[in-house]
Design a protein around this ligand. Structure first.
Ligand code: ATP
Length: 534
């Protein structure tokens, strides 16, 4: 599937618009249109229902109860700045950026790659942004630089494979992406990804605060409130869906890397001895969630991090990754990370941020010589009221992105096939084969023609179904054209009122994917839809 086709469908049919478009847009920000907002809500609601409100999954972990509880939370976007110090985001949540003095473009250091090439006595590292056809781009750029024509490509003497810019110590011989002169890239500089703001009337650092870069910390800092206000016993999970903000250096690939996005995160608290088993459990359960909702296992993979990729506190992390069509063939992009976080987070909020050897880091002092950043000093341990054991729970964190999941479902659903038009001739159609639970509109109701009482009966059915589902009424144009519009919107069922409906109160239901039409009683429509779309 070509990504351009999906992007234009999203705009044309109102799934996604560039934010602030009439003012030229704002890079890294996206608005969901009338169909998009329903799709994304369905993604989030499916997650919430499957993981929290409707959760009734059982585990078979030795020593752990098979049933466990899940609850929700909605914490604020702006929180006490000390939270970000203790979580490590204040000091460590940065990317390295590189600027080009010639093109004025900015890159993420780790997202530029290139290849050494020699001609005569000049040796240059020709750089390009990571992505599709990078080898071709590098070759083109090298030919241009050495003023060679395509047919002279063999005159270039390549010196080694394509490697990341991060492998170079100096950029003196680097030809930046799209640059004409060598050596215009600045050395990498640290760039904290948190958006800064100021709370209240205080303008200086006193009032400085940050938009949250993840929803997880809101859960950790409320751990004690949740334990004290519910009767949940460990193991249990607390979940949250909400906006997060990251000032990404190079937002790109449609909504995949945005600066404002939504996360769906679970912090699952368990006994330390059982945490490795719970980690496996969540890793597998979360993978299944995506395949149950239609992602093909050919394009979805569960990738365990290598030991050297793991944070010092983590004994296991796995990413669920999808082969997005905008990535080079064979590459995958992260949909969700599942991390075994040990007791790192709760301990950090108790004691202050810890270094790998669990000693509190040196703290900054305020004007009065008092430590400015430290843990809350609150006891965030848990006491098991049956065994009387007190411990700091371990945490398993399945952390998903609502926008990336929505985008993956859209990519997977986009399809072009053939269907007969009104005259019975096969025509290419664009169809979004979204899982019925995710489809923005569950059914469309059409009167075959706009007369003979058909619109009135169709309207009656519409009114009845609307009480339970997001359905759509359409009486404009030829019925084949109306089907096509619904196919593009991903509507799984089209219900048509025809001459026979007036006689025997039956309608036809057309299936979006099989194109089969069956005749059913009007009174059965609600239960039929309920069985198939919820
Ligand atoms: P990446 O390596 O792609 O930047 P990450 O490892 O930093 O992602 P996490 O911090 O683990 O991501 O965040 C959890 C989830 O939040 C990700 O799996 C992804 O689905 C989502 N997410 C993170 N950053 C973004 C973003 N800039 N735009 C959209 N979704 C995001």
């Amino acid at each position: 599937m070509e990504m351009d086709k999906l992007v234009s469908l999203c705009k044309r049919r109102g799934f996604l618009f560039q934010s602030s478009e009439i003012y030229g847009g704002l890079n890294g920000f996206w608005d969901y249109g009338p169909l998009g907002v329903e799709l994304k809500r369905n993604v989030k609601e499916s997650w919430w229902r499957d993981m929290i409100s409707g959760h009734n999954d059982r585990s078979t972990i030795p020593g752990a109860p098979s049933a466990y509880e899940m609850s929700g939370l909605d914490s604020t976007i702006i929180m006490h700045p000390q939270i970000w110090k203790c979580s490590g985001h204040y000091d460590l949540f940065h990317d390295f950026m590189v600027d080009c003095r010639e093109t004025k473009r900015r890159f993420r250091h780790d997202q530029v790659c290139g290849r050494w090439v020699k001609r005569g006595d000049q040796r240059v590292f020709v750089a390009a942004e990571e992505g599709e056809q990078q080898e071709e781009v590098i070759q083109k750029q090298a030919l241009k630089f050495f003023q060679l024509r395509n047919k002279d490509a063999e005159q270039l003497q390549w010196d080694g494979p394509v490697v990341s810019l991060t492998t170079l110590d100096s950029f003196e011989a680097v030809l930046g992406p799209d640059a004409k002169t060598v050596g215009t890239l600045t050395p990498p500089r640290e760039f904290n990804l948190m958006f800064k703001t100021f709370v209240g009337a205080l303008s200086g650092e006193e009032g400085a605060a940050y938009l949250r870069p993840e929803t997880a910390q809101g859960i950790f800092v409320n751990f004690k409130n949740v334990v004290d206000s519910t009767r949940m016993r460990i193991p249990f999970g607390i979940a949250q869906i909400g906006k997060s903000f990251r000032n990404e250096i190079t937002p790109r690939n449609f909504t995949f890397r945005s600066r404002e996005f939504e996360q769906m995160e679970i912090e699952f608290f368990c006994h330390p001895t059982q945490s490795p088993a719970w980690y496996q459990y969540w890793r597998d359960r979360r993978y299944r969630w995506y395949t149950d909702l239609g992602l093909s296992s050919d394009r979805l993979r569960l990738r365990d991090h290598h030991t050297e990729e793991l944070s010092h506190y983590s004994t296991g992390t796995a990413d669920i990754e999808y082969a997005f069509p905008f990535l080079p063939a064979g590459s995958f992009g992260e949909l969700e990370g599942i991390a075994h976080r040990g007791d790192f987070d709760l301990r950090s909020h108790m004691e202050g941020k810890l270094d790998p050897h669990t000693r509190p880091l040196e703290v900054e002092k305020d004007a009065h010589g008092q430590p400015r950043w430290r843990g809350s000093g609150k006891d965030l341990s848990y006491r098991d009221d049956l065994t009387n054991e007190r411990f700091v729970p371990h945490v398993i964190e399945p952390s998903a992105g609502a926008d990336r999941a929505t985008l993956a479902f859209l990519c997977e659903a986009y399809c072009e096939d053939e269907a007969p038009d009104d005259s019975g001739q096969l025509q290419t159609r664009v169809v979004l084969k979204l899982h019925p639970r995710l489809a923005p509109v569950k059914a469309a109701i059409f009167p075959l023609v706009k007369k003979d009482g058909m619109p009135e009966l169709a309207d009656e059915i519409y009114g009845e179904l609307k009480r339970s589902f997001n359905v759509f009424y359409d009486e404009k144009g030829a019925v084949g054209r109306r089907y096509r519009r619904q196919d593009e919107a991903g509507t799984p069922y089209c219900i048509t009122v025809d001459g026979q409906s007036l006689k025997d109160r039956t309608v036809t239901i057309r299936d979006r994917d099989t194109l089969e039409q069956v005749r059913v009683k009007i009174e059965d429509c609600t239960s039929l839809l309920r069985d198939r779309v919820t």
